[in-house]
Design a protein around this ligand. Structure first.
Ligand code: AVI
Length: 306
């Protein structure tokens, strides 16, 4: 068995995990969502000018749309301004897409929605090919908001943006939400909220394994622990075994021993400097054409152009 033990943060988002994440986003410590909301709201007109430069229609392609709360600021404004665009949320969860699409159709019956139930890169490749076939091809504008990029390692982020780049045409855009490095205490608190929501979110991984893989984790025998390292900008989440114990995972026919104090690494949430972002753009063949931050300078939405 590998040490340290690891669980991928991809598994956080079952129904309960998604619900807890919604609560985290509204907690006083989790500044990320409010900062990005402020950025999009303050700069929606500048963004619209950039998206429609050259009077081209555009296709707003959102990777992992979730409940689309922040995107709705843009959708609402673009509708009001009668912009010529289609919204194409991509998600591997059909139920998340159905909910979002129904919600948008209710709020803005005239908005063109083109939901893509697929893997990000397949869907991007198809949207690119479809728009190529049109007489006046729309510009693709990819949204990857909410600091989702922070959950990738440096290498994974480079690979991800290279893959996106290979599916776009010159002039297409990518708007990414990056959480910036700042006073370490602010970041540490965001992953250690006083209500214990992040703790419950982390422990829910074990509940999910119990339910889906017939395991017998006792949630009260594990604690949540978070470290933020200001030298490399990495916040890391762990679960810590509070005693010597042995877990069985029926579906995998596995017995897993834990020592007192042993950790399971569950998530990395990277925080960026301007140099990190410039390096990412350079390494993946994008240029930076827009840089927007909130009034505290906590978060940045950065526009890359192919
Ligand atoms: C989804 N992702 C950007 C969140 C983050 O901040 O890394 C997930 C999260 N983990 C703990 N709190 C929120």
């Amino acid at each position: 068995m590998k040490t340290p033990k690891r669980l991928s943060s991809r598994f956080f988002y079952d129904a309960e995990g998604s619900r807890l994440f919604q609560e985290i986003m509204h907690s006083p410590e989790y500044y990320l969502t409010r900062s990005e909301y402020e950025i999009l709201d303050t700069n929606k007109d500048d963004l619209l000018q950039l998206f429609t430069a050259g009077n081209r229609p555009f296709e707003l392609v959102e990777l992992g749309a979730g409940d689309g709360l922040k995107t709705k600021i843009l959708l609402s404004y673009f509708q009001e301004k009668k912009a010529d665009f289609t919204y194409a949320p991509i998600d591997i969860s059909q139920s998340a897409l159905d909910g979002l699409t129904a919600d948008i159709r209710r709020q803005w019956p005239d908005l063109r929605v083109d939901p893509q139930h697929d893997d990000y890169f397949n869907a991007l490749g198809r949207l690119s090919a479809d728009s190529d076939a049109q007489a006046s091809p729309p510009r693709l504008v990819v949204l990857f908001l909410g600091s989702n990029i922070g959950n990738f390692s440096r290498q994974e982020a480079n690979d991800f943006y290279s893959q996106i780049n290979s599916r776009l045409r010159p002039g297409d855009l990518v708007l990414t939400g990056f959480d910036l490095q700042k006073h370490p205490a602010v970041i540490h608190a965001a992953y250690n909220d006083r209500q214990g929501l992040t703790k419950a979110f982390n422990l829910n991984l074990l509940r999910r394994i119990n339910r889906e893989l017939d395991a017998n984790f006792d949630l009260s025998a594990f604690d949540h622990y978070e470290v933020y390292n200001p030298e490399n900008g990495e916040a890391r989440s762990y679960l810590v075994s509070q005693k010597d114990q042995t877990i069985t995972i029926g579906a995998l026919d596995m017995v897993v021993p834990f020592r007192y104090g042993e950790i399971i690494h569950t998530e990395i949430s990277r925080k960026f400097t301007r140099t990190d972002i410039e390096q990412l753009a350079r390494a993946t063949n994008f240029s930076i054409t827009g840089w927007f931050t909130d009034c505290k300078g906590y978060f940045a939405d950065v526009l890359f152009e192919k």
